[in-house]
Design a protein around this ligand. Sequence first.
Ligand SMILES: [Ca+2]
Ligand SMILES: [Ca+2]
Length: 272
Amino acid sequence: MMWMKVCIVLLSCAVLSHGDCGGTVTGTEGTISSPGYPASYPGNLHCTWTLPSRGGSLTLTFSDFQLERPFGLFASQCNYDYVEVLDGDSLVGRWCGEDNPGTFTFERRTARVRLVSDPSISRRGFSLQWTLDGVAPPCGGVMDGTFGEITTPRYPLNYPSSQTCTWTIPAQGGQIIARFLDFVLEKGNSCQYDYLEIAIGDEAPRRHCGDDFPPEITSYSDVTLHFVSDANKEEKGFQLFYSIQPVSNGGAAGGDSDSPHTPSPTADADQS
Ligand SMILES: [Ca+2]
Ligand SMILES: [Ca+2]
């Protein structure tokens, strides 16, 4: 049989192109199939799909699986075409032929599925379904408007583990005033577990954790809040209110203190 494989390899050497494959999935469920499925996949594939758990529970189930079946000396190995499943960067296993990999669950881990094919002999490939449960809600973004609230995800319930959120409050030519009404994060001596970093303009960010409220923020520059939680021990999180006060005429560049706490100047205009 070995000579047949070599012969077909030579015949198909010119066929090197293949369709797009791989990438990072988004959403909470979906299907991943080999290129062209259920028609035969192309040769020379090297596709990797990345499935982030995003703090939730990810389940993969291979519903169909048919790759080139190895033969002869290599029957016990998957050296021609194969699918690998990885937990992060660690190999869970390699499959080929009609040896369906089955179902996998990844808790707060990133899964990867890799399909590799050699130049010759293809079968119909594989199809798998994936679902993601318990995903942390989206967080972060650029705040618009002249006032608002920022909280950790799920506040006042405990924030999720393994979460990263970045909020930006643009100064919009005014002065940002932001005050914390609640602040409880997991405490660490150097805030190495869960923390909130507050960056004002170009200044170096300051890191906060535990239950010491960060001081009130007043800034004519954009303010960036960067929240990180690690894999375990969650707390209630924080709640912050901010407003952006217009800078009164003549003080735009100098930034002198024209009682920025009161947004009354625009209201006075109505009385004329
Ligand atoms: Ca093959
Ligand atoms: Ca934590």
